[in-house]
Design a protein around this ligand. Structure first.
Ligand SMILES: [Zn+2]
Length: 85
């Protein structure tokens, strides 16, 4: 996993944005109006495949969202552990 995809993800989370995997090939980002910069958009496009991988193939069993930490075992959103064997 590229460190920059993880860094991008953390940057978005810290700015109260939520990156959600909506299908095998699509991401959706929720952010306050104007919060997402053109630079963010370019990064998201450039790193889409890495972000999809980072978000994981399974939704969180606790909160239903896609997103896991570097080890792929702790949900980014609710910190629910042990979802990916
Ligand atoms: Zn969760």
């Amino acid at each position: 996993m590229s460190p920059s995809a993880t860094t991008l993800m953390q940057s978005l989370v810290h700015r109260q944005m939520k990156l959600v995997r909506v299908s095998s090939t699509h991401l959706r980002i929720s952010a306050l109006a104007g919060a997402l910069t053109d630079e963010d958009r370019a990064e998201l496009r450039a790193r889409k495949d890495e972000l999809l991988e980072l978000l994981g193939p399974q939704p969180c069993a606790s909160c239903g969202r896609f997103a896991f930490d570097n080890a792929g075992v702790v949900c980014y959103w609710c910190r629910h552990p042990g979802l990916r064997a």
